[in-house]
Design a binder for this molecule. Sequence first.
Ligand SMILES: NC(=O)c1ccc[n+]([C@@H]2O[C@H](COP(=O)([O-])OP(=O)(O)OC[C@H]3O[C@@H](n4cnc5c(N)ncnc54)[C@H](OP(=O)(O)O)[C@@H]3O)[C@@H](O)[C@H]2O)c1
Length: 239
Amino acid sequence: MRAAALAPDPGNWVDLDGNALDAWLTDRYALEGDRWLRLNMVTALGGEISGPSGTSEELAGGIDRPLLRVLRASGDVVLVGAASIRAGGYPLPRLAPLAVATTTGDLSGHALPAGTTPERLLVLCPPSAAARATATLGGIGTVLPLHGDPVADPALLLDALAAHGRSRIVCEGGGGIASRLFAAGLVDEFDQSIAPIVSSPGAPLTAGTVPLVSGRLRGLLRDGTDRLYARWTFPTRLR
Ligand SMILES: NC(=O)c1ccc[n+]([C@@H]2O[C@H](COP(=O)([O-])OP(=O)(O)OC[C@H]3O[C@@H](n4cnc5c(N)ncnc54)[C@H](OP(=O)(O)O)[C@@H]3O)[C@@H](O)[C@H]2O)c1
């Protein structure tokens, strides 16, 4: 797969696959510190996060799957919103556990493997939603109860994961949880894979009220399919 760095230092095209591509990406996406949240999502040119199928499948391509793998490996846990799990077919990370945020505990429609061990799947929900989460998951996973309202205070999600020894968080969306995290000032870095695609309607990256916040470009890659891969950092962590 052909790829080149455009920023911070423009580089020559490289042609890499497999472990060599992973190592090249790992270098370019290193993130310092032991307590951070990076959001990794693919978007169309208009910011849509899903295509005609209702998933991000049509937006995917180029080096974004290798990058997803590398970013997953950079953290202690992968965080997603419940709607993404309810849509089915969400792939479990190979190394880090998957944490699902839900207020309702309704995870029906999930297609997670029945043999998923308790440490591979964490459910973050209020105690009142725990029984429903366990039932709709068919008994798999570990519930981490949240004491408070995680919609009003999304930092509760991060605190629960930290208490579980998981402070380097890779959130993969969707837009509902991404918006809450942005609005609460909890996104340290937005790793945006930009597909050269115009399509609507599609699920939006942000929904509801997200106060204006400006990011800074930390890195930009391009690949042979004309996808761009931006690292946007957000300076203030408000929690
Ligand atoms: N392009 C990409 O990279 C990408 C990545 C992932 C998903 N997607 C797409 O995104 C779409 C789904 O996105 P979405 O915006 O509808 O939903 P989402 O963000 O996946 O999930 C929203 C749900 O997450 C839970 N949630 C959100 N914030 C929470 C908080 N602070 N505390 C506790 N729970 C919280 C709630 O679950 P309850 O309703 O259970 O309370 C909420 O309804 C799908 O089309 C999917 O294919 C795209």
